[in-house]
Design a protein. Structure first.
Length: 373
């Protein structure tokens, strides 16, 4: 086992308040909306570690070995709960009720117009200002390697109809996979589209951008955006575009590629698009893979959802300092978010996000980590 991990583990054992990745549990003890916040620590027998706060169901750190056996923290985040509460963000968060943007914050349900909180220009994003990334979940550690987070969303929260009971189980498996299982039940018809908004930097050093990382996405098409970042309702083939990741491609090469749909890159100054997966909602089929040549860490993504939002951290602008005082500049992280397609409540031809009373919303996403030369 690498010495770097050995010393961190000894420090953690001697000072129970400090995690392997260097976080202090006491820094996450607080009160938000009248509820207590904490840092939960999951570990597996291989020495991997996942740290989460119940504020927003956020992944704070993920400690994974690289090709030499040295452990690295591969997600962006902050050292203190105050950094999460002082300035709204989605770093590492559990997103709901509905991930991504909804056109002008409204949609038709049962012949009625549902009006939502507007928090992104003229639109609603990630459930509005009262989205679940800004709520305190109840946490219950099921084992050393598993955590269950629960939340009850009241009828009318963010403008959405129905009371929703939410549970999200996070498991750090023996093969260094992070498995996330979302479930919801509602007492009225309501849209549900959950995801996790972690920014990954597999080099383990956010001073490096993700531009040299190689990305594979198992998708033949993606959903087009309007200038205001709302999906048009059309699919576009990835062939002969910068969005063709059907073979592993360095992100920098993709962003510099001319061709059809290159104007889509200009809209968001990079990639912030939903890919239409070929996996037929089969969570045993590979949806995406990301590889960082600096560390040798690879992350494979499996999900039962129809879409994957790829976001290359275009709006990170150097205004936030994260863990270890590192400034998060543009493209310091990448998000790979399993989901239904953006603005689905307004797109009747797309897979429906509507959860019926008596039914259960279920969503699985697995991030499997390995290392190679």
């Amino acid at each position: 086992m690498a010495l770097s991990f050995f010393f961190c583990r000894c420090a953690a054992d001697q000072h129970n308040d400090t995690t392997y990745s260097g976080l202090k549990k006491v820094n996450f003890e607080g009160i938000v909306h009248g509820d207590s916040t904490h840092l939960f620590v999951l570990r597996n027998p291989q020495g991997a570690e996942l740290c989460m706060t119940n504020y927003g169901g956020r992944i704070v750190s993920l400690w994974i070995p690289d090709r030499s056996g040295t452990f690295r923290d591969v997600v962006l985040g902050f050292d203190h709960i105050d950094e999460y509460t002082a300035k709204p963000s989605s770093f590492g968060a559990t997103i709901g009720r509905v991930a991504n943007r909804i056109d002008h914050g409204k949609f038709i349900l049962d012949d009625d117009t549902v009006r939502l909180d507007i928090n992104s220009g003229e639109h609603s994003i990630h459930g509005g200002a009262s989205g679940w990334q800004n709520q305190v979940f109840t946490g219950r550690q099921l084992s050393d390697s598993s955590l269950l987070l629960s939340y009850t969303s009241p009828d009318g929260e963010g403008g959405f109809p129905g009371k929703v009971a939410v549970q999200v189980r996070y498991t750090l498996t023996a093969d260094n996979s992070l498995a996330i299982h979302y479930t919801c039940k509602a007492d009225k018809r309501t849209p549900i589209n959950m995801t996790n908004h972690s920014f990954f930097n597999l080099s383990g050093d956010p001073n490096n951008t993700i531009l040299q990382d190689s990305l594979y996405v198992n998708a033949d098409s993606f959903t087009l955006l309007r200038q205001d970042l709302i999906t048009t309702g059309d699919y576009w083939p990835v062939a002969h575009t910068p969005f063709d990741f059907r073979t592993k491609t360095a992100i920098a090469d993709a962003l510099g590629k001319p061709g059809n749909a290159a104007d889509q890159l200009a809209i968001v100054q990079g990639i912030d698009h939903n890919f239409v997966l070929n996996t037929q909602r089969d969570s045993t089929r590979l949806a995406a893979s990301l590889y960082a040549p600096k560390s040798g860490i690879q992350m494979d993504v499996y999900t039962d959802q129809p879409g994957l939002q790829v976001y290359t951290g275009n709006m990170l602008d150097g205004s936030r300092k994260g863990k270890r005082g590192i400034v998060y500049k543009k493209q310091a992280g990448i998000c790979l978010e399993s989901q239904y397609f953006p603005d689905s409540p307004n797109k009747s031809d797309w897979p429906s996000t509507i959860l019926e009373p008596g039914d259960t919303y279920s969503h699985v996403c697995v991030y499997k980590f390995s290392a190679r030369d």
